[in-house]
Ligand binder design. Structure first.
Ligand SMILES: [Zn+2]
Length: 115
């Protein structure tokens, strides 16, 4: 299984993070980018991704903790902004067997219906 290769020039989420592909970015900082999911599976469906390319969550090290801690905090803040504190989910799919479709780690922040 591929671990975390260098940023792929064909990776759609890297292109979004670098503004090469335009999309409505909801939040971004040095570590994290959040944007509306293309295929909405719920009334609120935001993808929160590391700015750096990671294929998936396999092989993380201590050096990655800041990034993934930031992702969870950004998700929490976005949930507050969207006023969905009463019910939301944050989930991530790992690998094709886990249902991952885009091979750049992305956390789904969803609310509004059971998924
Ligand atoms: Zn990428």
């Amino acid at each position: 299984m591929e671990k975390n290769p260098v940023e792929s020039t064909s990776c759609i989420f890297c292109k979004i993070a670098s503004h090469e592909v335009e999309t409505k970015i909801i939040f971004e900082d040095d570590l994290v980018v959040a944007f509306k999911a293309q295929n909405q599976i719920a009334p609120v469906h935001i993808l929160v991704v590391p700015r750096k390319h990671y294929t998936n969550l396999n092989g993380l090290t201590q050096a990655d903790e800041a990034t993934y801690g930031r992702i969870v905090r950004v998700a929490s803040e976005l949930a507050a902004q969207k006023k969905i504190e009463d019910g939301w989910q944050l989930f991530v799919r790992v690998g094709k067997g886990g249902g991952q479709e885009v091979m750049h780690v992305h956390f789904h922040l969803v609310s509004g219906q059971h998924v």
